[in-house]
Design a protein around this ligand. Sequence first.
Ligand SMILES: NC(=O)c1ccc[n+]([C@@H]2O[C@H](COP(=O)([O-])OP(=O)(O)OC[C@H]3O[C@@H](n4cnc5c(N)ncnc54)[C@H](OP(=O)(O)O)[C@@H]3O)[C@@H](O)[C@H]2O)c1
Length: 324
Amino acid sequence: MGKTGLQLSALSFGSWVTFSNQLDHKLSDRLMGIAYDAGVNFFDNAEVYAAGESERIMGQVLKGKDWDRSSYVLSSKVYFGWKGKAKKPNQFGLSRKHVMEACDEALERLQVEYLDLYYCHRPDKSTPIEEVVRTMNTLISQGKIFYWGTSEWSAAEIMEAHMIAQRLGLEGPAVEQPEYNLFNRQKMECDFLTIFNHVGMGTTTWSPLASGILTGKYNDGIPEGSRLTLEGYGWLKDKSFTEEKIGRVRALQSVSDRLGVSLATMCIAWCLTNPHVSSTILGATRESQLVENLKALDVVPLLDEEVLQEIDQIMGTKPILPEH
Ligand SMILES: NC(=O)c1ccc[n+]([C@@H]2O[C@H](COP(=O)([O-])OP(=O)(O)OC[C@H]3O[C@@H](n4cnc5c(N)ncnc54)[C@H](OP(=O)(O)O)[C@@H]3O)[C@@H](O)[C@H]2O)c1
């Protein structure tokens, strides 16, 4: 993972939207088992996912497995809190008070003694970054977390955290968790280049299938029971289900058909062709989806320069780099 010694599997498994809302304990257990048996060693979570229920389910699943704790990497994230609209000041954000309390709560829900990775789920404009750096380092020295990271922070915010950490002789953020898929490439392929090249940073990237749009399942309308039908996710539907995007996905299908692979595996494999991706986090609601998506590793070698250029032309989302 970036400049650290931590080894992450190229594909990992997360619980956003799915655990508790779509998957009960039994199916969560089944999917985590399939992932682990296939070589996945990183499971991603956050305090806000299903208001803490997602961590609780993952904790129960892990408790029931005979997996050695040293064989997997477990994360959580702090920022949004887990009390929803009822949250009071200090029950969200990145103040020392919330971060310290949230970490203890996550450990309790996940039933583990430490988190391998702990992310600041968003930047908090009302907490000085120095307070965040110092707090994360306190958690590291307490043995409650091993590495800390950011999620959806800007390049400038990440650099500020590194400069502060360097000045104080502390650990800077080792990993960032940005969205990265064929619709959203700006940060991973442009904004973060200076950090990758001069500081070093791992990335665990999210929504490789843009919430399912890049499987092609929405090409003829919204299928019953799919993510975009879920109550409370209207904002995601508005953002993801546009004529423009669906048109590009339809065109992309011709490339995966020619390669003889599913569109989903091609789009996940595409994420892995970026050498700055440490791990791409998968999501799934069914066993069949996960089994399919895990085959993405076999598709990576098929994506040569010519295919990648064709994909770029269809999508029109490749960032333009500033001229040297
Ligand atoms: N840091 C952050 O801010 C952040 C934000 C979002 C996600 N994440 C992390 O990234 C993980 C993955 O994100 P994501 O769930 O959005 O990933 P994704 O791969 O973009 O979407 C996964 C969803 O697409 C559908 N799907 C997946 N494979 C499919 C297949 N082969 N055929 C048909 N449908 C398929 C399923 O939804 P349906 O079956 O319901 O349609 C599944 O739950 C999360 O669990 C979380 O750990 C982090």
